[in-house]
Design a protein around this ligand. Structure first.
Ligand code: ARG
Ligand code: ZN
Length: 879
């Protein structure tokens, strides 16, 4: 049990800082076992501070304090108070210089927050509150200072020494040591501080900004990874150009650096001028990385780069405002990926993710608004809600304003708030001021949690030629918010005529008929009815085109209407959505009744889509992929774990059998043309549809399809095809599967990111012995609880992407997960807490499983010592 119950921090308690820091000079004597950090701060009382007793309380954790001096005078132990989280100085002048010296131990830092060792290098991660593990400081984002950082280290072990800003001095010292001094001209909050020391190599390039300034671009990696940086560099240059063109944002330093690190809690970090990345989002070669990896790199490189304006130049006032930078930056990276890739496919992928993770989060015990009201541990709030729903909230504003006004509004935001630490309220006010629109009701999207449910009903009056669409919104209660007020929801709607063409949407009272196509209506009341006039026959409504708002839709479509939309809707997203709804319906019927049967019309529609020669292949692959088991579970009041698995696997087998000839034809027609791997939307789409065809074929394999699979595994010059085949062989099992896994491991055992894939394939296998296999892999020499990517690939994948085995009725999966969380919590609370999230929605399951999950949650809460991170999630889950 956590001895004193950790207390929550509330947004309503925000107070401006009592002191400001203008300048920071840091001096690091780097050594993995024992690093000394000397800090000189220029402090002054904040004229805007509202209260305080005059004392200065600095954050600091796990620091060994050696010296404190004010204006050159050492303080004695009676002149300050130290506790495990802070250093308090009583009676300080209004303006003074503070020197502290502390010792820290990077090699013992397994939490990977602050300064830590990863392999042979030293690196930092300071967001959100890691800087306080490096030195005593006002570690809060509304304290922005100019930094000069001096790094001293052994020259042979750490030939490369990096920090934020520009390099201003470099020299050799005696005893084989050397020094590098970096200066960052831009004031920044402490969470954007970074340093790197290591034996690294870089690929270099150059970018000339729109106004003609030359920027050196460098990507640093360990020497053996130098051949895996080209895609990241290309992505970076594309992102830099795009931000100039789309948002008018130029880069502002002479150098931009990226470093790939193999031990990293999150995806990457936008430190000023020195982005530090999980190497998964940098390293790619066609034979080591899949199309999904290439995609991920392109968007994460862009995301972190975009933060330079949305996050760094303009930062957050406090951590409740996290979505100010994350929601906006995700919106920006999504738009970037849509522009450089295929917009339709990108939208589908983003909505899939939102529905799978954010909707689930919003319906569970950790549900919180985009701008949370309180937290115990801020690291628990780097969530799908803050990131993905936050991006949707920005997208809704962009769509309500339209492209021109939205651009004016973002220009205004960048101009008005450059150099400041601000709030989501400041962002919305810029939207209003630039456009003249009133967004007062819209602001509820930041404050109210929960996914609104829109129930729509349509009826057609042939005599009057009127189609009435009534819309009712309801948002279920979430923790701490029993009642919700109505949201301001943009609705993008179309009406299809008998021929499948868009009709003009003329509302009663319109003076003239609008052109045919999509019309954006705005729902503000709890209930509203829209009357469309001038319609000669009953239209088929295409609702929520392009997914204009993060809501759930209830509309009683007939199967024939869905098939019609799937075939004709001018909106690609809604064609996909109609197909998903159809499949979901069919699957849920099969869950309820295994003998339900599948109509020929379903296979016909599937075949027709599959053979559509003109269609965008990537889009097609999305249309023809069944909803995941997890998503199906979210559609049930009481999850039937085994029923869902049986139904989905059964339907896949039926598709594979019934459409065998067509699938084989598609597989053959989409063979690579021998020019080697290229990462273009067309080629990615071709591989996607081909591997999907093989997937269906392998659900009822015969000698021929097994042969194809084996061939693809052996021949594949690219990891996308090799992984697809490996997964199918491994799930097929037998000597064949074991041999493929064995051969893959032998080939790639030295490429850590590929070994992660090898673990993940086994962890996600629906085979009945999956848990035993995962247990065995725990003692594999390559498994380590200290590498987050490895933990995610085995334990994370098993608990998130293997519903049927993780939720096995005997509780083995739950016990396994709880054991790992208890082992991991003392080492790395952030990762432990993330893993726990797959067990907190226990209320949706049957009694037996509920009891089993609760037992494990209680066992975790009973542990001797528990991090705030895990305590918060486990206690909220049981509330
Ligand atoms: N700001 C980083 C990003 O680009 C994420 C940092 C997450 N840090 C954390 N402690 N959870 O999204
Ligand atoms: Zn971010």
């Amino acid at each position: 049990m956590y001895r004193d119950t950790p207390h929550a921090i509330h947004l309503k308690d925000y107070q401006p800082p009592e002191f400001l820091i203008d300048r920071v000079e840091l001096h690091f004597d780097l050594d993995p076992d024992r690093t000394s950090v000397e800090s000189r701060l220029e402090l002054r009382r904040n004229p805007a501070a509202t209260r305080g007793d005059g004392s200065l309380r600095l954050h600091g954790e796990q620091l060994e304090l050696e010296t404190v001096e004010i204006d050159g005078n050492p303080l004695t132990g009676s002149e300050y108070v130290l506790d495990p989280e802070s250093l308090t100085l009583h009676r300080v002048p209004d303006r003074f210089s503070l020197l502290t010296r502390v010792r820290i131990h990077p090699s013992l830092n397994t939490a990977l927050e602050g300064l830590y060792q990863s392999g042979d290098m030293l690196c930092t991660q300071c967001e959100a509150e890691g800087f306080r593990r490096i030195t005593y400081f006002l570690d809060r984002p509304d304290v922005m200072a100019r930094y000069t950082t001096t790094l001293v280290a052994d020259r042979a072990r750490f030939p490369v020494l990096l920090s934020n800003g520009n390099l201003i001095e470099e020299c050799r010292l005696e005893d084989g040591r050397h020094l590098a001094r970096w200066e960052d001209p831009f004031p920044k909050p402490s969470y954007l501080f970074a340093l790197i020391a290591g034996d690294l190599r870089a690929i270099e390039d150059r970018f000339t900004t729109a106004s003609g300034r030359a920027v050196d671009l460098k990507i640093f990696v360990e020497p053996h990874n130098l051949d895996k940086c080209d895609h990241a560099m290309r992505s970076l240059k594309k992102a830099m150009r795009w931000d100039e063109e789309r948002f008018g944002r130029e880069y502002d330093l002479d150098v931009f650096m990226i470093v790939a690190v193999s031990h990293f809690n999150m995806g990457a970090m936008e430190n000023k001028g020195l982005n530090v990345f999980n190497d998964k989002y940098v390293l790619a070669r066609p034979d080591t990385a899949t199309d999904a990896d290439f995609d991920g790199i392109e968007s994460v490189i862009a995301h972190e780069y975009f933060h330079n304006w949305t996050g760094n130049r303009i930062t957050c006032r406090d951590w409740f405002q996290l979505s100010l930078k994350e929601g906006f930056t995700v919106y920006r990276d999504q738009e970037f990926s849509a522009d450089v890739g295929s917009r339709g496919v990108k939208r589908i992928a983003d909505v899939r993710l939102l529905r799978a993770h954010q909707f689930a989060e919003d319906a569970g015990p950790m549900a919180h608004p985009v701008r949370p009201d309180s937290y115990i541990e801020i690291n628990n709030f780097y969530t799908a809600t803050v990131y993905q729903k936050g991006a949707e909230v920005v997208r809704m504003q962009a769509n309500l304003l339209g492209p021109d006004a939205f651009r004016q509004a973002t220009d205004l935001y960048f101009e008005r708030h450059d150099g400041q630490a601000v709030t989501t309220e400041d962002f919305v006010r810029c939207m209003e001021d630039a456009s003249g629109r009133d967004l007062s009701q819209f602001r509820r999207w930041y404050a109210q949690a929960g996914t609104p449910e829109l129930t729509m009903q349509g009826d057609y009056d042939p005599a009057a030629g009127v189609y009435r669409l009534s819309v009712r919104q309801f948002t279920p209660p979430t923790p701490g918010q029993p009642e919700k007020r109505p949201f301001h929801v943009p609705l993008a709607i179309g009406l299809l005529g008998d021929d499948g063409e868009d009709l003009p949407l003329r509302l009663e009272g319109d003076s003239q008929a609008p052109a045919a196509g999509t019309r954006v209506l705005e729902l503000k009341a709890e209930e509203e009815t829209f009357r469309f006039v001038g319609l000669d026959s009953r239209p088929v409504p295409s609702l929520l085109r392009g997914f204009p708002a993060p809501v759930k839709l209830r509309f009683d479509y007939g199967d024939r209407d869905l098939l019609f939309l799937m075939a004709h809707d001018s909106d690609g997203f809604n064609r996909w959505d109609a197909a998903q709804t159809l499949m979901q319906r069919l699957l849920l019927a099969l869950v309820r009744d295994p003998d339900h049967g599948v109509l020929d019309a379903f296979f016909d529609a599937f075949r027709e889509a599959l053979l559509d020669a003109e269609g965008d292949r990537a889009l097609l692959a999305e249309v023809l992929t069944l909803p995941s088991e997890g998503y199906l579970a979210d559609q049930m009041d009481l999850v039937d774990v085994d029923g869902i698995h049986r139904a989905r696997a059964g339907l896949e087998r039926a598709i594979g059998g019934r459409l065998r000839a067509d699938l084989l034809a598609v597989y053959r027609a989409n063979a690579a043309e021998g020019c080697g791997y290229v990462f273009t939307p067309e080629e990615v789409g071709r591989r996607a549809i081909r591997n999907l065809a093989l997937h269906y074929l392998m659900q009822s394999p015969d000698d021929e399809t097994l042969g194809l699979c084996r061939e693809q595994f052996a021949a594949g010059d690219n990891m996308t095809d090799v992984m697809a085949a490996l997964r199918l062989l491994a799930d097929h099992g037998g000597a064949e599967g074991a041999e493929a896994l064995e051969c893959f491991y032998r080939r790639w055992s030295r490429e850590s990111l590929v070994v992660d894939k090898w673990f993940a394939v086994q962890a996600s296998s629906p085979r009945e012995d999956a848990l035993e296999q995962v247990q065995r892999l725990l003692s594999h020499p390559d498994f380590s609880l200290r590498n987050p990517n490895r933990v995610r690939s085995l334990v994370g994948v098993f608990s998130v992407a293997n519903q049927v085995r993780f939720h096995a009725a005997d509780g083995g999966g739950y016990r396994f997960l709880a054991d790992r969380i208890l082992e991991l919590d003392p080492l790395n609370p952030q990762i432990a807490s993330r893993l726990l999230k797959s067990m907190i929605r226990w209320r949706r399951f049957d009694r037996t499983r509920q009891a089993l999950m609760c037992d494990e949650l209680r066992r975790i809460l009973d542990a001797e010592e528990l991090s705030k991170d895990v305590y918060e999630v486990a206690s909220k889950a049981l509330e």
